[in-house]
Design a protein around this ligand. Structure first.
Ligand SMILES: Nc1ncnc2c1ncn2[C@@H]1O[C@H](COP(=O)(O)OP(=O)(O)OP(=O)(O)O)[C@@H](O)[C@H]1O
Ligand SMILES: [Mg+2]
Length: 224
């Protein structure tokens, strides 16, 4: 992994409104390389909307139907984002095998390397020949992780990556995220994961987002 600059992201007064519902209200923050931020909040609080807002101008990852209402977002020097959207299955094109799909993200990679990465994510030889349209939810998630192992981004933006994962896979993800030296933005409802991964929290309250510069245990201590 090639590291990003120290100042990974700076955004100011991000506002997103759907109809007459202000989902994100002038939220601002700066991120430094290596921070692991977990986004916490109830369903519909605006976690996915905030991630989409941060990606609204990022080439290749912006949702074309999504526009910020106001605010500015600056990604820093050499920022390379790996995004795992909440509906990750929709990002996996049909009509290919698993190995073909993965290979497209780095055409100059050797077939053995592609197979090796698939093997790490428990796609054995034959499973690499499976059609992408036939994958289960958990298999789709594991294939999306293969892409990240292949492309080695220095920023991970994960929107509920554990939804389809079994316990063993959640534990593996937990350990991989703890060890990851890049910057992480992670949405999850799994408090164990938050406890072990987060160095900072964005907590979505009714009318505001709390930016807490510390781990979950410390935040909980203050709120109980
Ligand atoms: N395309 C859209 N059009 C209109 N309203 C939307 C749209 N997308 C999201 N919303 C609304 O914005 C609010 C925030 O949605 P968002 O998906 O960001 O929530 P979330 O915190 O990610 O929830 P969850 O935990 O269920 O994933 C919700 O009230 C949702 O209904
Ligand atoms: Mg969401």
């Amino acid at each position: 992994m090639r590291p990003s600059g120290k100042h990974v992201l700076e955004f100011k007064h991000i506002t997103k409104i759907y109809g007459d519902h202000k989902v994100i209200d002038a939220f601002s923050a700066n991120l430094l390389r290596g921070e692991h931020i977990c986004l916490m909040g109830r369903n519909g609080a605006g976690k996915t909307t905030l991630l989409k807002s941060l990606l609204a101008n990022y080439p290749g990852l912006a949702d074309k139907d999504f526009e910020l209402d106001s605010g500015s977002v600056f990604w820093g020097h050499e920022a390379q984002i790996g995004y795992f959207p909440q509906d990750v299955g929709a990002t996996i094109e049909h009509g290919l095998t698993v190995a073909e799909w993965l290979h497209r993200w780095k055409p100059d990679a050797h077939v053995e390397d592609i197979r090796g990465i698939l093997g790490q994510m428990l796609f054995s030889g034959e499973e690499g020949d499976k059609q992408t349209k036939a994958l289960s939810g958990g298999e789709q998630a594991r294939l999306a992780f293969c892409k990240l192992i292949l492309t080695k981004p220095n920023i991970l933006i994960f929107d509920e990556p554990t939804n389809h994962l079994d316990l063993e896979a959640i534990n593996a993800l937990n350990i991989a995220l703890q060890r990851y030296e890049g910057t992480v933005l992670l949405v999850t409802h799994d408090h164990d994961l938050i406890d072990e991964v987060a160095t900072r929290l964005w907590v979505f309250h009714e009318d505001s987002i709390e930016d807490f510069q510390g781990p979950y245990a410390e935040w909980k201590g203050k709120h109980n």
